[in-house]
Write a protein that binds this ligand. Structure first.
Ligand SMILES: NC(=O)C[C@H](N)C(=O)O
Length: 346
């Protein structure tokens, strides 16, 4: 008994006692942006500052975790492609399989941050923390928000309490669910919110939690980036008064396997556009009703007879998130019953 209690030559302390190892994958964005003058909060170039300088600019990161950086891309996030999404997710997956990596932070432009966060949530089969972070002001601006957002991201990635909660986003002191969060304001540090509320907050390097996601993600996902090499084309077509149904046809001619209809209201479809969508469905295109409203959720068979037309509804996912889930789901199935199940579960 005594022998068992004697400490052996411990090379690693228990996870709770040692500092976590966090890798920062940098992809560009405003968090790596630079402007000509401190007054330039909106006029600047994104994706300028390399990852080592981002880390060096926040010395307190070293107190939160053992941090190292990798420059994956140096782009503004509006320029992200499917190929880059796949490359990034494969790198995250590979890192999280390593015993010496406890969590990953991804610095990212904010314009498509919500898409990348959901993508990683769906396809990286790990319980270890993945935190996506950006900033609304470049590092050179007055009251730049990137440094604190990055420190909050590292603190969150290093915290054992973040395990199994899906991909997280730290912006403006809050911890948001990557699945739910969306950019709602295009010019303030408080840009990122979710209709279901933040999961918690980071204050002075400590995480405080109030709720947790219930949708399938991460280790319990049926999708796995290790088995995905390409994503199919999915197009979003925006609904409005007097819309032109030719936009749907053009999307399919451009290679779209599925169309996310960013419908008015509860995903409603203009009466004069219904036949175009029915026709495209009959020829094999998957039709997914979402809403341009952003909040709320689209009800099946409410605005349109989805069962009769064999259409899918996007549940509470906004059009850009529905596009990501559709692309991921289509790597496994094009059966509309299966696709609808996936939209309910994830
Ligand atoms: N705030 C930002 O990061 C915006 C920038 N256009 C980007 O997404 O890369």
């Amino acid at each position: 008994a005594l022998a068992r209690e004697m400490p052996t030559t411990a090379t690693t302390a228990p996870a709770s006692a040692r500092k976590a190892n966090v890798v920062i994958l940098a992809t560009g964005g405003t968090i790596a942006g630079a402007g000509a003058d401190a007054s330039n909060s909106a006029t600047y170039q994104a994706a300028k500052v390399p990852v080592d300088k981002l880390i060096a600019a926040v010395p307190s990161l070293g107190e939160l975790a053992n941090v190292r950086g990798e420059q994956v891309f140096q782009i503004a996030s509006e320029s992200f492609t499917n190929a880059q999404l796949v490359q990034l997710a494969k790198r995250v997956s590979a890192l999280l399989k390593q015993d010496d990596v406890d969590g990953v932070v991804i610095t990212h432009g904010t314009d498509t941050l919500e898409e990348t966060a959901l993508f990683l949530d769906l396809v990286v089969r790990s319980d270890k923390p993945i935190v996506v972070v950006g900033s609304m002001r470049p590092s050179t601006a007055l009251s730049a928000d990137g440094a604190l957002n990055l420190a909050d991201a590292v603190a969150t990635a290093a915290s054992p309490a973040s395990k199994g909660k899906g991909v997280l986003v730290t912006m403006n002191d809050e911890i948001q669910a990557g699945r739910d969060v969306t950019k709602r304001v295009n010019i303030k540090p408080s840009a990122f919110t979710s209709q279901w509320g933040p999961l918690g907050m980071v204050v002075e390097g400590k995480t405080y939690w109030f709720r947790a996601p219930v949708k399938r993600h991460g280790a319990t996902s049926e999708f796995d980036i290790d088995a995905i090499d390409t994503l199919p084309e999915v197009a979003i077509v925006y609904g409005s008064g007097n819309m032109n149904p030719a936009a749907y046809t053009a999307a399919v001619q451009g290679g779209a396997k599925a169309i996310v209809h960013a419908g008015t209201g509860n995903g409603s479809v203009a009466g004069y556009a219904v036949d175009t969508l029915k026709d495209l469905r009959a020829k094999g295109t998957v039709i997914i009703r979402s809403s341009r409203v952003g909040d709320g959720f689209v009800l099946r068979n409410a605005e349109q007879p989805d069962d009769q037309y064999d259409w899918v509804v996007a549940h509470d996912l906004n059009p850009q998130k529905a596009k990501i889930l559709a692309a991921v789901a289509l790597t496994k199935t094009s059966d509309t019953k299966e696709l609808q199940r996936i939209f309910w579960e994830y």
